[in-house]
Design a protein around this ligand. Structure first.
Ligand code: NDP
Length: 295
């Protein structure tokens, strides 16, 4: 079994991005600038935004963190998004999800200028991705594709079972894995909570992508020998042995499943750091007035 080390791969990609920023600085080019919107003080969201802002600093990007009270109205948040849309110094806009229930997430995402949609969630970005046109790819699936590419893992003709059909992870991953590209050309099955024969499907899978949000849901009896497993899940569980009283686990029962795999991502330090790389790559491309190639 080989561990797919998100920390190591992301360090490699971040070094490349930093070099590009250094060159931009020398040549007087536009330095990428990411604006992040954080509504409320959900600890997980705070942590995710914090690490995105820190990565901007590490790479020499500019960053602006806009914090709002959870009581902010949808109308006022739309005005804030619009201000960022028309601010020429801002290249990328990130709205940390989830938003409070009284705010319609789609309304906010749809309001982001697609040219600044570095999370790749806007309908125009998603539509272009589906059609194979250059666009900003959603950061987590983009990060996983970079991970496969980095390790030279060829998924051509392989059966990939993706569990979870969210708009930000599972569904776009089915598109990216099935395209006529490298990595890509996999035969994809998309499973969700209504799937009746999940174990039957996963036992046929050469590649499993778990994006469910349920701790250690994918167990060893669901995985065939030699499978490649990408674990997107981030779940906090109680752990009395830790000072904090809790720890993070993925959607895959790592200790048991790892023994059967050819490749597996750990949680943490697997897909998570790759997601940040996807976001940073998109932000650099936005500053250069380009789009991530969807092929
Ligand atoms: P969502 O909650 O939006 O989607 C979960 C999906 O899992 C749904 O499609 C749901 O099916 C499916 N599902 C739930 N229960 C089952 C079941 N018993 N059998 C099969 N499918 C099931 O989650 P996200 O995609 O946003 O996130 C998934 C996980 O990944 C979470 O832990 C999240 O924290 C993590 N995450 C990690 C990221 C990273 O960078 N590492 C980035 C984004 C998310 P249905 O549609 O039928 O309800």
């Amino acid at each position: 079994m080989q561990l797919l080390d998100g920390t190591a791969v992301s360090a490699h990609i971040k070094a490349q991005l930093k070099t590009e920023v250094d060159i931009l600085k020398v040549n007087g080019g536009k330095i990428p600038h990411l604006a992040a919107i954080l509504v409320g003080n959900n600890p997980a969201s705070e942590a995710y935004v914090g690490s995105k802002v820190r990565t901007c600093e590490e790479l020499g990007f500019g960053s602006t963190l806009l914090r709002f009270e959870p009581s902010i109205t949808e109308e006022l948040l739309l005005i804030e998004v619009d201000k960022l849309n028309s601010d020429a110094s801002i290249d990328g806009i990130l709205v940390q999800l989830p938003l409070p229930k009284h705010i319609e997430e789609n309304a906010i995402i749809n309001a982001i200028d697609p040219l600044k949609d570095v999370d790749g969630f806007h309908p125009i970005s998603q539509g272009k991705m589906m059609l194979g046109q250059p666009t900003f790819l959603p950061a987590t699936p983009y990060g996983m594709m970079m991970m496969l590419e980095h390790y030279g893992i060829d998924v051509t003709g392989k059966h990939c079972v993706i569990i979870g059909r969210s708009n930000i992870v599972g569904t776009p991953m089915t598109i990216l894995m099935s395209r006529n590209t490298n990595p890509g050309n996999a035969t994809v099955t998309l499973a969700h909570s209504k799937t009746k024969n999940l174990k039957e499907l996963t036992l046929q899978a050469d590649v499993i992508v778990a994006a469910i949000g349920r701790p250690r849901f994918v167990t060893a009896d669901m995985v065939k020998e030699g499978a490649i497993v990408l674990d997107v899940g981030i779940n906090r569980i109680d752990d009395a042995t830790r000072k904090s009283g809790s720890r993070l686990v993925g959607d895959v029962d790592f200790d048991q499943v790892a023994e059967k795999c050819s490749f597996i991502t750990p949680v943490p330090k697997g897909v998570g750091p790759m997601t940040i790389c996807g976001l940073m790559k998109n932000t650099l491309l936005a500053a250069k007035g380009k789009k991530a190639l969807s092929n």
